[in-house]
Design a protein around this ligand. Structure first.
Ligand SMILES: *Cc1c(COP(=O)(O)O)cnc(C)c1O
Length: 355
């Protein structure tokens, strides 16, 4: 606290990211990173870009990367925006599109950065409760509002909405911007990108942090009608002309172009997820149906915070949210099969010890 702070800074409740431990040897299943490295072509592209060219500013429009994304998703580059991680893309969308005279709607349980952006940009919002199965019910969003944002699959539940529900939401809100945050879509949900042509109010946000194994490079993207993209570009060019450096543009372009690596690694993760779910069920946990690279699970008679702490003692990091309705759940990132087995072994030991 300082007398030099602005009133806005006094009022902020910042997002708390998952722990990035310094201690080696931990099984790190707490921040939904990919257990496999990025495509070797990404590393080659970054190495090739590491030269005297770094004295020059990067392309402010990230043209090559936007073209690669447009080709990949069968869009026009004018329908593509990129930013420094999808968190930055989301921030620009909150400021440039979701800030409306009427309140923004999002679920009571979802990505906890959304209310943080509302605080930063002064966006009024209403939270719509998930149903009893912790799923989004789009009919509950049929009410006056300025905009809607949903994560699909949702975080931290991993539960996905079918595309027809997204389409119903878009039809109900044809006069408001609707943002679908598809950070985890590649692990089992259907993307809404195909709906962009028919719905000029739809913005879809992706990240390269999860399914492209590039959390450390900080690259995210948005897809939508060129008018929506222009709003984001106007915010970006009023904030930072060069959010993606030369190495990030080169690496991200190579990642998008390496279809084979992407398909291979996501296939491994989906298979490990099925195995992890089965293992957790055998230990007596309830697991929500996950379409993501993590599972959300609880033990019927163990507190989530106690389980998380005991796992940490056993050198396994998972995420726990001390929030109403989900305080007994653990969010467990799908690691390699070896990492998932380490988690299951540690959990079995904890449950035996305190049986
Ligand atoms: C991880 C995540 C993001 C942020 O991804 P970055 O591109 O790393 O900033 C956005 N939305 C959701 C729902 C996420 O889980």
């Amino acid at each position: 606290m300082s007398r030099f702070w602005s009133a806005r800074v006094h009022g902020l409740t910042p997002y708390v990211p998952g722990e990035q431990p310094r201690r080696p040897g931990l099984v790190k299943l707490n921040t939904n990173e990919c257990p496999y490295g990025p495509s070797p072509r990404v590393l080659d592209a970054i190495r090739a870009a590491t030269d005297d060219g770094l004295r020059l500013y990067p392309d402010p429009a990230s043209t090559g990367l936007r073209q690669a994304l447009a080709r990949h998703h069968r869009l026009d580059p004018a329908q593509v925006f990129v930013g420094n991680g999808s968190d930055e893309v989301l921030a620009h969308a909150f400021q440039g599109l979701l800030q409306q005279p009427e309140p923004l709607l999002f679920p009571d349980i979802t990505y906890s950065f959304y209310p943080v952006y509302c605080g930063l940009y002064g966006v009024a919002y209403e939270q719509v409760p998930l149903d009893g199965t912790l799923a989004v019910r789009v009919a509950d969003y049929r009410r006056p509002c300025g905009a809607v944002i949903l994560a699909n699959p949702n975080a931290p539940t991993g539960v996905a909405l079918p595309l027809r529900d997204i389409e119903a939401l878009l039809d109900d809100h044809s006069l408001q911007p609707v943002l679908i945050d598809e950070a985890y879509v590649d692990f089992g949900a259907r993307s809404a990108i195909g709906l962009i042509a028919r719905h000029p109010n739809l913005l879809v946000v992706h990240t390269l942090s999860k399914s492209r194994a590039l959390a450390g490079l900080r690259v995210g993207a948005a897809f939508g009608h060129p008018d929506l993209i222009e709003a984001l570009t106007r915010v970006k060019d009023s904030f930072n002309s060069y959010p993606l450096d030369r190495l990030a543009q080169a690496g991200a372009t190579a990642a998008i172009e390496d279809e084979g690596w992407f398909e291979h690694t996501r296939g491994l993760i989906v298979a490990s997820r099925d195995r992890l779910e089965a293992g957790l069920c055998r230990l007596g946990l309830e697991v929500l149906p996950s379409a993501a690279n993590f599972v959300f699970a609880r033990h019927p008679d163990r507190a989530g915070s106690a389980l998380q702490a005991a796992l940490r003692e056993a050198s396994v990091l998972v995420r726990h949210f001390a929030r109403p309705r989900i305080a007994d759940y653990l969010r467990i990132t799908v690691g390699t099969d070896a990492e998932c087995d380490a988690l299951l072994d540690a959990l079995a030991g904890i449950l035996r010890r305190n049986a």
